[in-house]
Write a protein that binds this ligand. Structure first.
Ligand code: DP6
Length: 381
């Protein structure tokens, strides 16, 4: 008999960045981090896991329809092994349960966003794998407990087990048992939080997060300073989220993105994730904030040139208008606000971006989304 479960899981984008491991095997970070989970209606991974006693020996995996290898001892293999061990424990306690843990697995995972969107698919993908196996094996573990396993697949994946605003606590135990994700606030607490993703490049990044952060740990002296200031930022941004203080939220998000890219530059050899277009987007947001007399938008950049701009729903039309005006995209963008591009704040100085704007395609496409929920269990697809 075949048993199966299908789940979906969201993408998350950090406001306080994870950058550096103190244990590369268990994936234990050098600092805590905090992210916003993005809406799965726009961006998600979907995974179906299946077991059957009659399947040929050995687990198998398909990513976007293409068979992939599950490398022995690799990150994915570790996640599957740990989930199986939890199922085995249940079976040992209750002999009436079917022995799913001893049957071969078939796993198929899809992203609904093109990998070419330049967004990290590993976070939603691995969170989804863990969520799907947890359903299949009917595990009683909480999202925080599941995050311990997802973390070993990819650090940032542990935060995709929750919706809303999520912290990954670095922990101190060498076993890693206290390095897990926790909800700071649910989506419903601040549903006005929206995000605009500006796809600057859809090319695969030059330096992967995994190797880049290791190089930073080994060579950057500025990282020590970053590790001293992050705990305060974690505290301050959690407070800002709880009190829905966008001004503070934006300030800390932008500072931390810049601090992360500064340690990248301080790495030897240096790592450049931002390009000229990324920097022009930074200038645009800074100028919008200055001309508005308050922070109406916050940019953040991961290990690549694509910008994520967080803003409250009420300010999104102005931000979309400015981005569309100065960075005409090549890809069609369905603007939910039907934004008029001329309603910029008074005193906005176009020179910071470039008089006349950038050539078409400097920003290829835009994705407008908002804060979203955690993994969902789906029916048969
Ligand atoms: C810049 O989670 O991709 O996006 O744990 O090695 O898989 P590994 O790294 P990964 O790193 C993400 C880095 C980041 C910041 C963040 O998401 O916090």
């Amino acid at each position: 008999m075949v048993y199966e479960a299908t789940t979906s899981a969201p993408v998350n984008i950090a406001c306080i960045k994870y950058w550096g491991k103190r244990d590369t095997k268990l994936i234990l970070p050098t600092n805590s981090s905090l992210s916003v989970t993005l809406d799965q209606d726009h961006l998600r991974s979907t995974t179906t896991s299946r077991v059957d006693a009659s399947f040929e020996e050995g687990d198998k995996l398909w990513l976007n329809g293409k068979e992939d290898v599950i490398k022995d001892g690799g990150r994915l293999w570790v996640c599957i092994k740990e989930m199986r061990a939890w199922r085995k424990e249940l079976e040992e306690k209750d002999s009436s349960l079917p022995p799913l843990s001893s049957w071969p697995l078939r796993i198929a995972s899809y992203n609904n966003f093109p990998t070419a969107a330049g967004l990290a698919s590993s976070a939603s993908g691995l969170a989804c794998l863990v969520a799907s196996l947890s359903k299949l094996y009917e595990l009683p573990q909480t999202p925080s407990q599941l995050s311990l396993i997802a973390r070993q697949g990819s650090g940032s994946a542990c935060r995709s087990l929750f919706g809303g605003f999520v912290a990954w606590r670095e922990g101190s135990d060498p076993s890693g048992n206290d390095s897990l994700a926790e909800e700071v606030a649910p989506r419903d607490h601040w549903p006005e939080m929206h995000a605009l993703i500006c796809v600057v490049s859809d090319a695969k990044k030059g330096t992967s997060s995994t190797s880049g952060m290791q190089r930073t740990v080994e060579t950057s002296s500025l990282l020590k300073n970053r590790l001293e200031v992050v705990p305060e930022r974690m505290e301050a941004i959690s407070q800002a989220i709880k009190s829905k203080d966008f001004e503070q939220f934006a300030k800390i998000t932008m500072i931390d993105s810049n601090s992360f890219h500064a340690v990248c530059l301080d790495t030897s050899p240096p790592i450049f994730y931002l390009n000229d277009v990324s920097r022009a987007i930074i200038a645009l947001v800074e100028e919008l904030n200055r001309a508005s007399g308050k922070n109406i938008a916050a940019y953040t950049f991961d290990a690549g040139p694509n910008a994520v701009i967080y803003a409250l729903e009420e300010n999104m039309p102005v931000i979309i208008g400015a981005v569309k005006k100065y960075f005409p995209t090549t890809e069609e963008f369905e603007d939910p606000f039907k934004t008029q591009t001329n309603d910029l704040p008074e005193g906005f100085d176009v020179r910071v971006v470039r008089e006349g704007g950038w050539e078409k395609g400097a920003v290829k496409g835009l994705i407008h989304t908002r804060v979203g929920d955690g993994p969902r269990t789906l029916g048969k697809e």
